[in-house]
Design a protein around this ligand. Structure first.
Ligand SMILES: *Cc1c(COP(=O)(O)O)cnc(C)c1O
Length: 360
């Protein structure tokens, strides 16, 4: 029986990863020096592919870290002197807030109920705020922020740095990079790669802010501080030995996505999520946790299960269909189903058919 992973991260590998892994071993990718010409060429190719896929403007740097969690610490150390504001609507947005607070900064959490997102049209933000953090796709609840709302926030408050967590949604949302300053993801979610690589994109406003903090003695100069990452990225390198294998695989998968066409991938995402939400709305024991349609994630569908989610998760696992349990406090009440680019329309349809036939 072949297992399919619809878990929201780590998830199923992008369907071309196996072939690229074999090729990587054949061409000794895991053994090449990260200071060699071959490496530099490889990182450059990965970044160019990513730049094209995301339509990343030239004023953005692509940096590599160990994870998205690391990026929260780096932003805390390098981009905030005193005040940050966090739109919290679940566990991941909360973790960024906690990271900044643990660095002794004045991090304000604006909290809204799980399963919803913030109404950015009516928010008021203090002048002192230097950085705003929000999770565009809150993986713990399946609530997503439409890109237009992020752009609206920026038009109202252009001064603070805007840091967007797109860990479990990229490359699906079409971000306007002129309306944000820092955007990051981990590869084990929607890109379908093995875990262990964070990708941090940031613009010159972040670099200027870091330089200012450095000159004021308010900058923590770690091995992966933003200025070091930026300096090395110019040479298509990293500050320390990175996850070379994953940087290689990311480049290959992104090239595959480009060949398929991002338009096609986004269209399929819309279709697959519609199939999932239709299940949640039509099944007598399931209800979509996110009730407001505009906030429903296209990549992570979350449903409440009447009587608890364990039985359903177990029954599906027996058939080789692995879905996620609820996150944190919702562990035994929710199911979370990823519909990432690696998940085909047919796989999602099959999963939905199985759920409809199961007695749980
Ligand atoms: C998974 C996830 C993270 C953390 O990613 P790591 O790779 O575990 O550091 C952060 N934010 C969101 C929204 C996530 O889904």
């Amino acid at each position: 029986m072949k297992n399919i992973f619809f878990t929201p991260g780590p998830s199923g590998l992008y369907f071309t990863v196996e072939q690229h892994l074999k090729e990587a071993l054949r061409s000794n990718i895991p053994s090449i020096s990260h200071r060699s010409k071959d490496y530099v060429k490889m990182q450059q190719e990965t970044c160019e592919a990513l730049q094209e896929l995301l339509q990343l403007p030239d004023n953005f740097t692509i940096g590599f870290t160990s994870s998205a969690t690391e990026i929260w610490d780096r932003m805390s150390e390098n981009l905030i002197a005193n005040y940050s504001l966090h739109f919290v609507n679940g566990d991941f947005s909360k973790k960024f807030h906690s990271a900044v607070a643990s660095h002794g900064k004045n991090a304000e959490a604006r909290i809204t109920e799980a399963g919803t997102h913030h109404n950015l049209a009516t928010v008021e933000i203090d002048k002192e705020v230097e950085l705003i953090g929000l999770a565009q796709n809150e993986t713990s609840t399946g609530a997503a922020m439409p890109v237009e709302d992020i752009n609206l926030l920026r038009s109202k408050y252009p001064d603070p740095l805007l840091a967007v967590d797109a860990v479990s949604s990229l490359p699906i949302p079409e971000f306007d990079f002129h309306q944000l300053d820092s955007l990051y993801f981990s590869v084990q979610k929607s890109f379908g790669l093995p875990a262990g690589l964070g990708v941090w994109t940031f613009n010159e406003r972040c670099i200027e802010k870091a330089e200012k903090l450095k000159s004021e003695g308010k900058y923590h100069d770690s091995y992966n501080s933003i200025l070091k990452i930026a300096k090395m990225a110019k040479k298509h390198q990293t500050t320390c030995t990175p996850n070379v294998m994953n940087i290689y695989l990311l480049g290959k998968v992104v090239q595959d996505m480009l060949r398929k066409g991002i338009g096609q991938i986004r269209q399929e995402a819309t279709y697959k999520s519609a199939v999932l939400y239709h299940l949640f709305e039509s099944h007598p024991k399931l209800t979509s946790f996110v009730t407001e349609k505009k906030f429903r994630s296209q990549t992570v569908g979350v449903a409440q299960v009447q009587g608890g989610s364990e039985k359903l998760i177990e029954a599906l696992a027996k058939k080789g269909l692995n879905i996620g349990s609820g996150y944190g406090q919702f562990k035994n009440q929710h199911i979370r189903i990823a519909s990432f680019p690696t998940h085909s329309k047919e796989q999602i349809e099959m999963l939905v058919d199985e759920i409809n036939q199961l007695d749980f």
